[in-house]
Design a binder for this molecule. Structure first.
Ligand SMILES: Nc1ncnc2c1ncn2[C@@H]1O[C@H](COP(=O)(O)OP(=O)(O)OP(=O)(O)O)[C@@H](O)[C@H]1O
Length: 225
């Protein structure tokens, strides 16, 4: 379980400081899909970054099964992140001169034997519907939906418990949006904890819990029929 307690984050200093997150409390249950919606600039990415150990909050705690992420030394936190948290971005962030399969193994390249990693990557790519013929292609020759599936495979290479997704369907057309949403749904059903930020209510509605971020505060979002 992930718990966020009294989390606050501002950017800038003194009179120029902008408070983006104020006293955020959130509980993310294991194996569930939690969606966070909110207008542009409301702090959704900032919250995800704090939640996944990438951005230290000014105040408050982020606990993974009781372990306070920001009490860990930087090296330990980075190790914890690589092992437990997979991150998926709106713009995929695939390396353009690396093949599909080399992009997928990248997070563990220095941790495990390459042959073993290739086999792991192969299994994951096939599992999420990327055909073997695409493994040696460069990202630029893939469709948006395929690129996002490769990015998800890369996020899964270390078999993390938690998949954090920042607008994963934001750059996709409706068909690809539905494919990626279906894939995330399947990963949740297979036991992953999903934390996903989106402005698309059709995507958010698939989640178990939805929260809305407005003016720095997070409140449960009630879906009306
Ligand atoms: N490193 C930074 N330095 C200064 N201000 C920042 C920084 N990162 C974010 N902000 C500001 O914090 C606010 C929230 O940004 P954030 O990217 O978290 O919002 P968002 O809800 O994810 O927006 P969008 O939906 O447009 O991606 C914005 O006003 C942004 O300009």
């Amino acid at each position: 379980m992930i718990t966020v307690e009294n989390l606050r984050k501002s950017f800038g200093r003194g009179t120029n400081a902008t408070e983006v997150l104020r006293d955020i409390d959130l509980t993310i249950p294991d194996g569930k899909w939690t969606a966070i919606v909110g207008p542009s600039g409301s702090g959704k990415s900032t919250l995800l970054n704090c939640l996944s150990g990438l951005l230290k909050p000014d105040f408050g705690h982020v606990n993974y099964d009781g372990k306070d992420l920001y009490r860990l030394k930087e090296k330990e936190r980075s190790h914890f992140r690589r092992k437990h948290i997979g991150f998926v971005f709106q713009d995929f962030k695939l390396l353009p001169y690396y093949s599909v399969i080399d992009n997928v193994i990248l997070p563990l390249l220095y941790d495990e034997a390459k042959q073993k990693l290739y086999e792991k990557a192969r299994q994951i790519l096939l599992h999420i519907g990327i055909h073997e013929q695409l493994f040696t292609r460069l990202p630029r020759s893939l469709s948006g939906g395929e690129k996002q599936r490769v990015a998800i495979a890369r996020a899964l290479i270390a078999d993390p418990d938690v998949l954090v997704c920042d607008e994963p369907t934001g750059n996709l057309d409706q068909d690809n949006r539905d494919i990626i949403t279906g894939l995330i749904d399947r990963l949740r059903n297979e036991g992953k904890t999903i934390v996903l930020v989106t402005h698309d209510m059709e995507v958010a509605k698939k989640a178990d819990d939805i929260y809305q971020l407005t003016s720095g505060s997070l409140v449960p979002y009630e879906v009306t029929a």
